[in-house]
Design a protein around this ligand. Structure first.
Ligand code: DOR
Ligand code: ZN
Length: 355
């Protein structure tokens, strides 16, 4: 049987939500990933070190029995205090600051409307080498939803890069050829995370032959040519592109409704889903660097010491998982994923091998 042993990977973009859901959301990630960058868009959002510290404790409690480290992010607002951010970074409590343009996505109401108001934060972050994680879409209602990432590059990201040339920037969950080109060509420290679902889906999957709300996420999936550009970037061996699942659970009822929430719950299957794409492209030899090296290197973190073995064996994905009083439908619900962790019993014992 074919198998692949790699350094335990990191998920550099993850939504775990909060209690009572952490017992559901933490284990699938902790089983596959040594660390995950946890997004702060709770309601209310994680805007202070105090809230962040308690949130981290709740996550760690749900991760008991797993060798898993949550890397925490602070939600940037126009009132954020640069000195608090600096202190959180110096103490090792905060790994990155996240920008949500106000109104861009789930729980972004408290996000930033006018980037000029957060210049003082960026100045400090640039000085101390702290990473800025960006949801890269404009919120201008006049801009077509399929163009919001592309326009963000021109209107927001290019000027930000010019104003803060040494700021460490991560453009999250990129979805367009334009974003791939921007990140490839831009000067200074800049990288991008790529999700498994954006490597698998284009807008026909979302909209042709019936609307599939479980494929609705933000940034929205684009034309096939953009998916192709993402696959090329992910499998290219360019260290500017690395793994970030953006696994974002919403209860089934909140997805299958007249105005459904954005988010794909991919955590239970993401690693295998990425591997499928790398295998199809004959790039399995580049997977470890994409999943386990480039992100850690960009964030200035040590690479993980342990290993995980993935085997080429069908993973039968359940239709749904219990999610509080409701259920959540995973990516590839009721289908098969071609790779799974060795000895897999999803959500049970840890099964990676320490070196
Ligand atoms: O699809 C998404 N879901 N995109 C985001 O930016 C946020 C996320 C969520 O939190 O549900
Ligand atoms: Zn996200």
């Amino acid at each position: 049987m074919k198998s692949l042993t790699l350094t335990r990977p990191d998920d550099f973009h993850l939504h775990l939500r909060d209690q009572p859901f952490l017992e559901v959301t933490v284990p699938p990630t902790a089983k596959h990933f040594a660390r995950a960058l946890v997004m702060p868009n709770l309601q209310p959002p994680i805007t202070t070190l105090e809230k962040l510290g308690y949130y981290k404790k709740r996550i760690l409690a749900a991760a008991e029995g797993y060798d898993f480290t949550p890397l925490m992010t602070l939600y940037l607002t126009e009132q954020s205090d640069p000195m608090e951010i600096k202190r959180g970074f110096a103490e090792g409590l905060v790994t990155a600051v996240k920008i949500y343009p106000q109104g861009a996505t789930t729980h972004s109401e408290a996000g930033v409307r006018d980037l000029k108001k957060t210049d003082a934060v960026f100045q400090v972050m640039e000085q101390i080498g702290m990473p800025l994680s960006i949801h890269g879409e404009v919120v201008d209602p006049a801009i077509d939803i399929f163009d919001r990432e592309k326009v963000f590059l021109e209107r927001v990201l290019a000027p930000l890069r010019a104003d803060f040339p040494a700021l460490k920037i991560i453009l999250e969950h990129i979805t367009t050829k334009e974003a791939v080109d921007f990140v490839t060509e831009a000067q200074g420290p800049i990288a991008a995370s790529i999700t498994a679902h954006h490597l698998h889906l284009d807008r026909n999957d979302l909209l042709a032959g019936g609307i599939r709300p479980h494929f609705y996420c933000l940034p929205i999936v684009k034309r096939a040519e953009h998916k192709e550009a993402l696959i090329e970037a992910a499998t290219s061996g360019n260290p500017k592109f690395f793994l970030g699942t953006d696994s974002a659970p919403h209860a089934q009822a909140a997805k299958e409704t007249a105005c459904g929430c954005a988010g794909v719950y991919s955590a239970p299957v993401a690693l295998g889903a990425y591997l499928e794409v790398f295998e199809q492209r004959g790039a399995l030899d580049r997977f470890e660097a994409f999943a386990s090296f480039y992100g850690a290197d960009f964030y200035g973190l040590p690479r993980n010491p342990g290993k995980i073995t993935m085997v080429k064996e069908d993973l039968e994905v359940p239709e749904f998982f219990v999610y509080g009083c409701e259920v959540v439908m995973p990516f590839r619900s009721e289908a098969k994923v071609a790779w799974k962790p060795k000895g897999d019993q999803l959500f049970k014992e840890e099964d990676w091998e320490e070196e």
